[in-house]
Ligand binder design. Structure first.
Ligand code: NAD
Ligand code: MG
Length: 335
């Protein structure tokens, strides 16, 4: 390996994280090449953004650091078929999620440094925050340190994507994987969507207007979450009425009760014992029928039609909706 002052980076995958990392790293002064399947769905985008695009094999061969930013379920085969035979001796293999290393779906070559840099936010936000001179907090970890510089490399990458050093927390592949899965399942994605849908359904079933229920149970959630983000639950209490506070303090526990807490422990146990990972891998390998059906049900939930109608009149939304299309990118990657 040459110097690690500014490693030549190849990014494999140009989706939600890939594009944001690539643009930020380039703006931070790194030499970045993109590795993509010729004719794949995001190739045009990477070329339009001015990057040199090579096949994943060629991109991997040249790089001192290879960032694996294709979907988690694609990574094991990509590693086996393309990265393992092509990566330079002593190079660094970087992941944005510990899933495949932690659950032993990828067994990195013994000569490679293996690190993790996981921004705690979606790709569009990683880019937007960088552009306005801020960053998304990140966690980083070292799985293999052959060069003695693995941590330094992870921190360089972390700073390059704008995960400001002062906010970077060192973790392990195990902790990142288990907490990330728990967060998205119990709270951020699974918990939040089911809470919103159930609240909306309750009001509509009781005869209230679906549009009013939409504002109450979905739209206003952003205002609350913005307060959490700025100043925690303390800040929410500073801004909501006394009536809202009293209701929240006495009724929140009706929803998040001992049963809910037991279910959260069950979610965590299935992550820790590997059963969630095995189920998801089997689902993917069997063609995702259940995943697709469950997702379709979410997309066809009646709250979606109501929201679409109401958001058509929220002129301020159209700019952001056009600027980022993470959902459609993810769908292309699945297809
Ligand atoms: P994505 O689905 O948005 O993008 C995947 C990219 O990989 C696309 O460019 C797609 O064309 C390409 N691709 C798909 N199959 C390929 C193949 N066989 N060979 C080469 N390229 C292929 O992915 P993402 O959501 O950015 O996830 C990438 C990694 O980042 C994952 O490990 C994920 O867990 C992690 N991560 C994602 C987020 C997020 O908000 N999306 C946040 C933190 C970490
Ligand atoms: Mg995740």
């Amino acid at each position: 390996m040459t110097s690690h002052q500014s490693p030549r980076i190849s990014i494999i995958g140009y989706g939600s994280q890939g594009r944001a990392h690539a643009l930020n790293l380039r703006d931070s002064g790194f030499a970045v090449t993109i590795g993509l399947r010729p004719g794949g769905p995001t190739e045009i985008k990477a070329i339009a953004d001015g990057f040199t695009v090579k096949s994943p094999a060629l991109a991997a061969r040249d790089a001192e650091l290879v960032a694996v930013l294709v979907p988690d379920m694609v990574q094991p085969q990509l590693y086996r078929d393309v990265l393992e035979p092509n990566m330079a001796k002593g190079a660094c293999l970087l992941f944005a999620h510990g899933f495949n290393v932690h659950y032993a779906q990828v067994h990195p070559r013994a000569d490679l440094d293996v690190v993790l840099v996981a921004p705690k936010g979606p790709g569009a936000l990683v880019r937007r925050e960088y552009e306005i001179g801020r960053g998304v907090p990140s966690v980083y970890a070292v799985h293999q340190d052959v060069s003695g510089k693995a941590e330094q490399l992870a921190l360089q990458y972390c700073a390059g994507i704008g995960g400001a050093r002062q906010n970077a927390i060192r973790t392990s592949f195990k902790e990142e994987t288990e907490t990330d899965l728990f967060g998205e399942q119990a709270v951020l994605c699974g918990g939040a969507t089911k809470l919103v849908q159930a609240g909306w359904e309750t009001l509509v079933a009781a005869g209230y207007q679906p549009e009013v229920a939409y504002y109450e149970c979905l739209h206003e959630l952003k205002l609350i979450v913005d307060l959490f983000y700025e100043g925690g639950i303390t800040r929410m209490h500073e801004f909501i009425s006394e009536t809202a506070q009293y209701g929240a303090l006495t009724r929140g526990e009706y929803v998040i009760d001992d049963h809910t807490r037991a279910q959260m422990r069950k979610i965590l146990a299935e992550i820790q014992d590997g059963s969630f990972a095995r189920q998801w891998i089997a689902e993917y390998q069997n063609g995702n029928a259940n995943y697709k059906a469950l997702k379709q049900a979410d997309l066809e939930h009646p709250i979606e039609a109501v929201g679409k109608r109401l958001r058509a009149n929220m002129k301020w939304l159209s700019a952001t909706a056009q600027a980022s299309t993470p959902a459609s990118q993810a769908e292309q990657a699945m297809a």
